[in-house]
Structures are given as C-alpha cells and as structure tokens.
Design a protein around this ligand. Structure first.
Ligand code: SF4
Ligand code: SF4
Ligand code: SF4
Length: 225
C-alpha cells in the first residue's frame, strides 16, 4: 500500500470513527437543518459529510440555524436548530439545502420534502387535554390539517367539558418546530424528536410518540382529565 493510499485509509477510518462518535454523543438530541434525514443513519451520514463551513447558517434568512456551541461535544460547530427559540419557516425554495457544498444536506426540493423529525406531545402539559381550548400549535403549523389535526371529543368522564386535542401525523410532520415555537405553555407541551432517538426513561411516560395512540386508548387511562 502506497503512503498516500494508507493516508486515505487512515483518514477514512478517522472520519468513520468521528461519525460514530457524533452519533453516539448525539443523544444530545441535536436537531439538524432540512436535508438531514431525522434518523440515526441520517445523522451518521450528516456527521461524515458536514465540514462545519456554516454555509447553511448564512443561507437561512430567518437565522433559524446556528453553530452548536460546546467545549466538549464532537458536534461543536455543526449546524443545529432550537425550535423553541426559532423554528424553521419551511422556505418555499429551502435555500439552506443547496447552500451545502458537501451534500451533508440533500434531497429536499420543496418544503414538504423536509424530514427533520416529528412533533410529539406531552398530554400532562398540553392544556387541550385538560378540557381547555387552545389549538395554537394547530394554527401555527404550515401543514395545517395535514401534519396536525384537531380531534374533537366530548370528555366522557365529565359531561361539562369537551377536548380539542392536537393529533400529529408523523409521516406528514416535517419537524419544522413552528408548533414548538408557538406553544403557549411555559414548558412547551410539544417538541420535536428524530426517528430512532429514544426518549429518556424519566420522560417516556409523559411524552407520547403519537398522540393518536393515546387518544385511541380507553378513556380514563390518564389521558383524559
Ligand atoms: S428552510 Fe428556510 S427557515 Fe428552514 S432552515 Fe432552511 S433556510 Fe432556514
Ligand atoms: S413540526 Fe409542528 S408545525 Fe411543523 S409540520 Fe410538524 S406539526 Fe406542523
Ligand atoms: S399550543 Fe401547546 S398547549 Fe396549546 S394545544 Fe398545542 S401543544 Fe397544547
């Protein structure tokens, strides 16, 4: 093996190890820009290709993308979003994706192609599950009546109240996070997760991967107040 081939093999191995390290450490649940599939495999591919040039950050007209700041994480300097502060606006031309020079962000031609993750709800926090009417997340959603619908039901445990619960369609939800940005509760009752990222054990009782699964359960199992 020539010296240059050996150097390439070593560099490849280093990149691979770095990608694995990123993924391992990405239980930080970093939310990546559009064009990164919201899966473990998507994160590994992203980690191997992103050179931290900041072109996607510059391209975002809403300043929704920023460089992750950390002194210890291998993901430091990579582009992330914090949707509670600034959600992705699902620009019609998705300029962050073609701005990427390495293909770390790819395969998004229109806003509906974005698949950063999907929204999940905490039915203990969301006021819609307490017989109050809110629907703020529903009205904020760029894919209203597709990614979020409202499931109106009379609360059988209390004839005075009805429930207007948001229901998220994981397939259609892009993970843009506008619902998270606008959620009215102090601690947001809705958040974005990426496929394959496990919820922390302490959270798993409250956060539901699909609100519909909960709603389809028998009333009075802790979902209906
Ligand atoms: S789609 Fe638009 S708002 Fe969303 S991250 Fe890309 S440039 Fe920013
Ligand atoms: S993240 Fe929220 S606002 Fe965005 S598409 Fe999904 S449900 Fe709609
Ligand atoms: S905005 Fe927040 S509190 Fe209101 S319905 Fe949506 S998740 Fe529930």
């Amino acid at each position: 093996m020539s010296i240059s081939t050996a150097a390439k093999v070593l560099a490849g191995a280093a990149l691979g190890a770095q990608a694995v390290s990123y993924v391992f450490n990405s239980h930080e649940e970093l939310l990546r820009p559009p064009g990164t599939p919201g899966t473990i495999e998507g994160e590994a591919e992203f980690a191997a290709r992103c050179i931290r040039c900041g072109k996607c950050i510059e391209a975002c007209p809403y300043e929704a993308i920023y460089a992750y700041k950390s002194l210890t994480s291998p993901s430091a300097g990579t582009p992330v979003l914090d949707t509670r502060s600034k959600a992705c606006r699902m620009c019609h031309d998705v300029p962050c994706v073609p701005a990427c020079p390495t293909g770390a962000l790819h395969d998004v031609e229109k806003p509906e192609d974005i698949d950063m993750g999907y929204a999940i709800l905490d039915h203990e926090i969301c006021i819609s599950f307490k017989g109050l009417r809110c629907e703020v997340c529903y009205r904020a959603c760029p894919l209203i009546d597709q990614a979020i619908t409202i499931d109106y039901r009379v609360n059988e445990n209390d004839s005075l109240h009805s429930v207007f619960a948001p229901i998220i369609d994981e397939e259609k939800c892009t993970g843009c996070g506008l619902c998270v940005e606008r959620c009215i509760t102090d601690e947001p009752a809705i958040r974005i997760v990426r496929e394959g990222w496990e919820l922390r054990e302490s959270e798993s009782d409250e956060w539901v991967p699909s609100a519909r699964e909960n709603l389809e359960g028998p009333r009075g199992e802790g979902v209906w107040m």
